[in-house]
Design a binder for this molecule. Sequence first.
Ligand code: NAD
Ligand code: MN
Length: 500
Amino acid sequence: MSKLSNDLDLLGDAARARLGQTFGLQIGGKTVETPESYALTDPSTGLEFARAAEARPEDLDAAVAAARKAMDGEWKRLRPHERELRLLRLADLLEQNERELSEIETLCSGRLLSNTAGVDVRYSAHVLRYMAGWATKLEGQTMRLSVPYIPDGELRGFTFREPIGVVGAIVPWNVALGIAVWKIAPALAAGCAIVLKPAPQTPLSALRFAQLAAEAGIPAGVINIVTGSSPRLGEMLVSHPGISMVTFTGSTEIGRRIAVSAAGNFKKCSLELGGKSPVILMEDAEVEVSAQAAAWAILANHGQNCCAGSRLYVHRAIHDQVLERVVDIVAGIELSAPLLPGAQMGPVVTQAQKQRILGFIQAGITEGAALLTGGTAPEHDGCYLRPTVLAGVTSDMTPAREEIFGPVVVVAAFDSEAEALHLANDSRFGLGASVFTQDLGRVHRMTQGLEAGSVWINIHNALDVAMPFGGWKESGMGNDLGESSVLAHTRLKASVHRYG
Ligand code: NAD
Ligand code: MN
């Protein structure tokens, strides 16, 4: 057994029992089999290990109908505190099933077990608990009114926040269960029901999550999961007349299509899209600490994070020192199967993604960037490639402009704060940005100056559930997490009452 291929004997019983199975949809609390299925492959070997159902248009109709029925029925009758308790119970169940959930996530995606356990399971339990609290905290306003054409009436106004309706969610593979929970938890806290379509590569964790939700007492039909291998299913979900809001996380290209399609019947859209997030090291940054942070900003999750620190800008005074350390750290990373204990970096998600990443690296070299480490793939059937540093990169080069979504960082030097800001903002994306400095005045100026939905100081990619996470510019509209993500799943009703 090569160190690069997952050893399936390492799996616990629950995950091992899935090998060779075909997984149905989860609709209205039932498992629904369909005539067609598609293969799920292990990125560490390229081999099929299970299959998932291809949802048909009638399955999608059934899922939307089940969601509507649940939302207007049992789910609506529960008091807010009951919704809260069930979400809290679901958080406990997630933690109790950590091994199974993290293993199936790793099998589908090739992500490290430490990452899927930490982010998709434990962080998701944390998100559920935070969002559970919002169920009892959705408030309206009251006011005395003065309608000019009703001069003699004593009027009071009330606003109510009501659930927006059935939510259609479409999520990517890079943090599959984690992002599914970012969608499901606020929707349920607000009293909505949901139809979620996982990415084709990673359906198993969401399917299991829906079963755990039933165990937690969440009524059948509140969470429905439809799976499929074709973009058609996502398109049908977005244009479905029974869906009131679309919440999407994925690429900017698909997000743009979704916004256009959703406009057809004025569905509300929340779009969390791609990024090309800069990491800026000022001349007073501590070299070792900030070099480590910069390296892991791109190495974490194999660079498959929307806010991966994929552009590194270093002040010329420390540029050579920092670059040497970053190259050292990146070159020292060992590739191995993601189920292996202590694995540092596993495969990327698919062969197609691997080829795409290698293509971006090649484009950078052709355009004049210096390849300092990586840039190649080991001879293996898994989707491995070596983490890569490209230096001397200018803003017009392809790998500085396009989201690579793999372990590739581009590096450039700058001479002033103004130049750093210009370089950082010279991108169509605006998701995250980080600055490493000890200068308080500079912290304030740069926090104001950076065009990004999240700005981090002396840390990169710190996402807290209480903070809104969303993109500026072509990184999207709306946000996940925080209070505003719950309120986004409500619609306002204004009610006027006459007293005398
Ligand atoms: P993708 O856009 O290729 O696919 C995302 C989802 O959309 C998948 O479920 C896919 O099946 C579905 N889809 C594909 N075509 C569709 C269509 N025409 N209509 C409706 N749905 C369709 O993205 P991906 O490759 O799965 O994920 C990587 C991307 O996600 C990167 O761009 C990354 O930056 C982004 N991302 C953003 C965030 C964020 O919070 N901003 C978080 C994670 C990932
Ligand atoms: Mn894609």
